[in-house]
Design a protein around this ligand. Sequence first.
Ligand SMILES: NC(=O)c1ccc[n+]([C@@H]2O[C@H](COP(=O)([O-])OP(=O)(O)OC[C@H]3O[C@@H](n4cnc5c(N)ncnc54)[C@H](O)[C@@H]3O)[C@@H](O)[C@H]2O)c1
Length: 356
Amino acid sequence: MTNDSGLGFGLLGTGLIAPFHAKAIRAARGARLVGVADTDAARLAKFTAEFDVPGYFTLEQMLADPAIQVVNILTPNHLHTEAVVQAARAGKHILVEKPPAMSLREVDTMAATCAEAGVKIGVVLQCRTRRSVQAIRTALQQERFGKVYQADAIMKWFRSANYYRQDAWRTSRRSGAGVTIQQAFHYLDLLQYLVGPAKSVHAQMTNLAHPGIALEDTALAFVTYQNGAQGVVEASTALWPGTDVRIEVNGENGTAIVVGERMDTWKFKDDRPEDEEIRHLGSAAVATGATGAADLGFLDHQAVIEDMVHAVADGREPMITLASVRPTLEWALAMYQSAKQGTSVELPILDEDDVW
Ligand SMILES: NC(=O)c1ccc[n+]([C@@H]2O[C@H](COP(=O)([O-])OP(=O)(O)OC[C@H]3O[C@@H](n4cnc5c(N)ncnc54)[C@H](O)[C@@H]3O)[C@@H](O)[C@H]2O)c1
């Protein structure tokens, strides 16, 4: 398939993340960018000029184009559900940015609507596609770690006051702008993807460095996983200049540490010939978002796009299903509930309306 005849993608939203999607689609095999939509006329005009692509002011207008087969939902977090439902009912496949929604109820609505419409939905949690992450997952599946004792995410990032002030939704907890559900969601998801769902969490949230913005810019949490492992999450956008995220998995027979997208430590009691190559996966030169929102490459997004191309061609589910992300959202919501109540929260959470 060439880029002229590939699966047609349309972007809803031409804000900060949209250029990464556009570049990823352009670079992906079997995909082409055929339209974009945004209610903000100035943003839309700038984007359509830069990427030389037709623009629409509403999702409805864009959905009428039969060349669009997949819609990438790149609107603020609290607006995803409505758009997903509308696109699914129009018969389009969907890639929704993370977090997929702001409540489990909305995730279930999305899943039911997509199933009813017979369309595919994947979530853009591109860190799962990293080779270092896949190596850990394979080793876990092969039980090379033995019993997993600990799994942690340390995300000491920085976002400026200007980042928060550029759009109204970025200062609203209910819109999903706090560090827990916005930036750290990727790494809660990796821990959940690798080690499994959380059983209980105890979180504290503070605003260290962004006075006047009514959000947590820092979250600390203890987690107990369903499989008995323990872990900590340290997530912040207050810590200048921002350093690469660190994911650690420690078991009775091995330890793996990923820093940014690079394998930092890979050591097992049963050392194998392939381990030498795994130790060199990834690169410290690849930006993974530590110092600012634009401090990011698009190769991981490209992998998500190419996966959707194959999912549609082969009639299979996308790699990052909504069902596989639901426990990550529940973990994030439980952290908010725990911080609000000042106690540990057991999952499943009982009242998701009592979170914010
Ligand atoms: N995967 C990643 O690494 C990553 C990184 C950054 C952002 N994101 C996610 O991408 C999404 C968008 O984030 P962003 O930073 O680009 O936000 P943004 O505010 O910069 O862009 C959102 C755009 O959506 C437009 N919009 C809002 N409502 C609309 C509607 N009803 N119809 C059409 N357009 C509408 C806005 O005008 C704006 O241009 C969020 O879900 C965010 O969490 C993901």
